[in-house]
Write a protein that binds this ligand. Structure first.
Ligand code: GLN
Length: 284
């Protein structure tokens, strides 16, 4: 059977089982070691028996064991980099790629190529901090997490990808007390505790990385209440958050930084997904 026919049949099988069609390509790339374009060029080649066997053994687990494809193949692509992932870390999401992209873009505007100290709080797989350190040589990045197991994954990613991140273990702001940052970025857990979450997510991804208190705002409150003393006089703060939290994020940011400019940025789906706070330097 050709790769094309095989892929088509597996995509149909995924849909029949209420699974994601996109998992087929991710798995095929993992099995063949080829990227999407290279795979496409080979689509009329006869599929190798060993590829077929490897594919089927993992695909079977994907269809029947309720496991995300990223945990089964062991990595997830984020901003063009393959991050190693396992059950100890959240699978990086595409909204978070947009957070990173906006931090890089706003950095140019606000800091104009200056060397900056950056903190990525609750780094999980390390995707935010490591990507920033790879994309912008002027960013000196510290990343934290409460989970030692998550940090082990993040450190492995930093090494594998050649990142320049220093890791610290601890709860929220504690590990960075006494430090001062130009940029503070975080995608903390923000799903309200009682929200219904797909079992593929809830039963596999670390719940500590998903839920953010009764209204999903718990970690922003904790962070913002202690953040001022960790920032340099001119600083930028960037959060990812729930799509319905624009107004609450604005109020909370203004409560602690009344003179700062606060900006909500939409994600590619048009949802209010990020809040940026510019302390000092603009409109003050
Ligand atoms: N910062 C990591 C990410 O964006 C982990 C986030 C989390 O644990 N909520 O993927």
């Amino acid at each position: 059977m050709t790769y094309r026919k095989f892929i088509k049949a597996k995509q149909e099988e995924a849909l029949e089982n209420d699974k994601e069609e996109s998992a087929v390509y991710l798995l095929m790339e993992a099995v063949t070691g080829l990227e999407t374009n290279a795979l496409y060029m080979r689509s009329d080649d006869e599929m190798k028996k060993e590829d077929e066997e490897k594919f089927n053994s993992i695909f079977d687990k994907y269809l029947h064991d309720n496991k995300p494809i990223q945990y089964l193949i062991g990595y997830s692509n984020f901003y063009g980099y393959d991050f190693y992932v396992n059950e100890d870390v959240l699978i990086p999401r595409c909204e978070t790629e947009e957070l990173v992209e906006n931090v890089l873009y706003k950095y140019d505007d606000f800091f104009k190529g200056k060397k900056v100290d950056v903190c990525d709080l609750a780094t999980g797989s390390g995707c935010i901090g490591i990507t920033l350190s790879l994309e912008e040589k002027n960013m000196n990045v510290v990343a934290t997490d409460i989970s030692d197991k998550a940090l082990a994954v993040a450190k492995k990613n930093n090494e594998k990808l050649g990142g320049r991140v220093t890791f610290l273990q601890g709860d929220m702001l504690k590990p960075v007390e006494g430090k001062k940052f130009d940029i503070f970025v975080s995608n903390p857990p923000y799903i309200p505790d009682d929200e219904l979450v797909d079992s593929l997510v809830k039963d596999n991804e670390p719940n500590i990385a998903l839920f953010g208190g009764s209204d999903g705002m718990k970690f922003y409150r904790i962070i913002l209440s202690g953040l001022k003393k960790l920032l340099k006089p001119k600083a930028m703060v960037a959060f990812e958050h729930g799509y319905d939290k624009k107004d609450e994020m604005y109020k909370l940011a203004k409560a602690y930084f009344p003179d700062a400019k606060v900006e909500c940025i939409k994600d590619l789906e048009g949802k209010d997904r990020m809040t940026f706070i510019y302390v000092g330097g603009i409109d003050e």
